[in-house]
Design a binder for this molecule. Structure first.
Ligand SMILES: *[C@@H]1O[C@H](CO)[C@@H](O)[C@H](O)[C@H]1NC(C)=O
Ligand SMILES: *[C@@H]1O[C@H](CO)[C@@H](O)[C@H](O)[C@H]1NC(C)=O
Length: 292
């Protein structure tokens, strides 16, 4: 009975909440083919992305900072494009006027032709967010005017299943974060592939730090370490390719014990847990931007 209920709920989630108008998760400019042998140093164990091959990537800036966090463009339930990031990025910083979001960026230092800056109108942190353990580390940012889509700016799809069903799949995290623990953010977008680890192993490695298998997932190499997100990568997407070839937002970079340390895989917000919450907070554009 319980299993039956669970399956029905899962189906209604993927067909109802997740039905999305328009395309998502497909790039015009294709990314590098993932090859597990090419591991040059960056993002920690990754490499520079092909410019604009991850068109849902958002650079978030607080006040005068040149980088604060990253985020992802997704389509809300009303069809408007919103930004999803980590709640800890906006903790104690929820005045929308303090924030700017840049899309179409590859190099942070150069003013690129496809780059565009948006003001923020509304910041919605998940009410369950807890700074001590980083539970429910997800927030929605609505821009002050509608985000224009083009070859360099596209939303990623929402995940349709719990990451437990993807254990072992190599997914990609992208960001401008430090390439070594304690380092500075880099200029150009980098990416690194990491396999999803089973919750039971994440719990064994990380429960002393507050790993919660309901709202988190972990990824990386449990034994070797060497690939990870790092400082200034908070809020960036952890994306997996689905069987249709579209990229889905499965995780949001949340926390880690150091960066790429053996035995301490990186932890991501489990986006699947928050699909209903994202839906509930994007189904009406009342007072918000109108689709143009
Ligand atoms: C799709 O778009 C229509 C109108 O453009 C809107 O009413 C509807 O809520 C949207 N549905 C989803 C799931 O985006
Ligand atoms: C998930 O966490 C709960 C509570 O800590 C624990 O009882 C359960 O065994 C965990 N499940 C897995 C698969 O690790």
């Amino acid at each position: 009975m319980w299993h039956w209920l669970y399956i029905v709920l899962a189906i209604s989630l993927s067909e109802g909440i997740l039905a999305q108008n328009g395309t998502c998760g497909v790039q015009v400019i294709k990314p590098h083919q993932h090859s597990s042998t090419s591991r040059v140093s960056r993002i920690v164990g990754g490499r520079e992305s092909i410019p604009h091959s991850w068109p849902w990537m958002v650079l978030l800036r607080f006040r005068t900072a040149t980088i604060t966090c990253g985020g992802s463009l997704v389509r809300g339930a009303d069809g408007n494009i919103v930004i999803v990031t980590a709640a800890h990025c906006v903790d104690g910083a929820t005045d929308p006027a303090d924030w700017k979001a840049d899309v179409g960026v590859h190099s942070r230092a150069s003013m690129e032709p496809n780059q565009k800056e948006y003001g923020i109108q509304e910041i919605i942190p998940n009410p369950g967010f807890n700074f001590q353990f980083l539970d429910d580390d997800i927030a929605i940012l609505k821009t002050a005017w509608p985000i224009e889509l083009n070859d360099y700016v596209q939303p990623i799809c929402m995940t349709t299943e719990n990451s437990e069903l993807k254990v072992g799949q190599e997914c990609v995290v992208m960001g401008w974060g430090a390439d070594v623990q304690g380092g500075s953010p880099v200029d150009r977008l980098h990416e690194v592939y990491k396999p999803i680890i089973a919750d039971v192993d994440c719990g064994n490695a990380l429960s002393v730090f507050g790993y919660n298998n309901n709202s988190m997932l972990c990824a990386g190499n449990l034994v070797q370490g060497g690939v990870d997100a790092c400082s200034f990568d908070s809020g960036v997407p952890f994306a997996c390719k689905n069987t249709n070839g579209q990229w889905e937002l499965v995780g949001i970079s949340s926390w880690g014990f150091g960066c790429a340390q053996p035995g301490y895989p990186g932890v991501y917000t489990e986006v699947y847990t928050f699909l209903q919450w994202i839906h509930d907070n994007t189904h009406t554009s009342a007072g918000g931007p109108v689709v143009g």
